[in-house]
Design a protein around this ligand. Structure first.
Ligand code: DGL
Length: 282
């Protein structure tokens, strides 16, 4: 069984791609709606909330947990993988994040390769990264992309309110204004030059991809994070097939720390045939 975690509903964009790609695996999803959004919280709090959710998914039987959340990945993944997990009582369990596959796709460079290769050394594209405040201040996309492509210009823009507004089903006009503001923030930094590529570095943002599409130039390619994460997980599971063991192939359980009825109703707006959420605690 594979666990997928997000602060709220955003990770469903990733989960949906995984369920489509791996119909014979079993997934359990946890949305920490009691604490969403994470993006404006202090780092230590994000680490602790993420740890509790990962542990809740381990307790449900997931041996591998994918953080379907850029904020949790940017702030907590490394600390949990290197500091917490080796001393926690969860042998044979693991945690994966979603920044690595995104950086791999954006730079066309495997994660393990941390120096610029030819032709990456000479790539001078502008790449726009949209994310939560915490993801942007972590600098992880900037740092990891520039390690591999030092001439690429990485322009980041935090959108403090967008993930929360998507969770709260804010009216389209409000979402549109927030996306427009974020795109304008990028263009101010580039003096109007259009980015070659855009990373929607928050798993909530694909839910308003049409608005990003509206405000970005037609020439800007939006990288599909759910797609690249599915590709990367496929590769990982080929190397670690024991994580594909499951008692209930095709099974899908959705958990929330919030109000299960309310969250189920909201989730259906994004994914019409999604199963109902069950309440849980972390
Ligand atoms: N969906 C999450 C992300 O990818 C977090 C949104 C939030 O909780 O602020 O960053």
């Amino acid at each position: 069984m594979i666990g997928v975690f997000d602060s709220g509903l955003g990770g469903l964009t990733v989960l949906r791609a995984l369920v489509a790609r791996f119909p014979h695996l079993e997934f359990v999803y946890l949305g920490d709606h009691a604490h969403v959004p994470y993006g404006n919280r202090p780092s230590d709090e994000v680490v602790e909330l993420t740890r509790r959710s990962v542990e809740a998914l381990y307790k449900r039987g997931a041996k591998l947990v994918l953080l379907g959340c850029n904020t949790a990945t940017a702030v907590a993944a490394r600390r949990l993988q290197r500091v917490w997990l080796p001393h926690a009582n969860w042998p044979g369990h693991n945690i994966l994040g979603i920044v690595a596959p995104t950086v791999e796709a954006a730079t066309q460079t495997p994660w393990a390769v941390t120096t610029p290769q030819y032709p990456q050394k000479y790539m001078t594209d502008i790449i726009a990264v949209f994310g939560t405040t915490r993801t942007v201040t972590s600098g992880v996309f900037h740092e990891e992309i520039r390690k591999r492509c030092p001439r690429m210009r990485v322009v980041q823009q935090a959108s403090a309110g967008l993930a929360g507004a998507i969770e709260d089903e804010a009216p389209e006009a409000e979402l549109d204004a927030l996306v427009r503001e974020a795109v304008d923030g990028i263009l101010t930094q580039t003096d109007g030059e259009q980015p070659y590529r855009a990373i929607l570095g928050c798993t909530h943002f694909p839910l308003v991809e049409h608005l990003f599409r509206r405000h970005l130039a037609p020439s800007t390619r939006i990288l599909s994070q759910p797609e690249v994460v599915a590709n990367s997980l496929e590769d990982y599971l080929e190397r670690k097939p024991h994580y594909t063991d499951c008692a209930n192939p095709g099974g899908l359980t959705l958990l929330t720390t919030g109000d299960a009825d309310e969250i189920s109703a909201r989730a259906r707006v994004f994914w019409p045939d999604v199963p109902a959420f069950e309440p849980t605690k972390t």
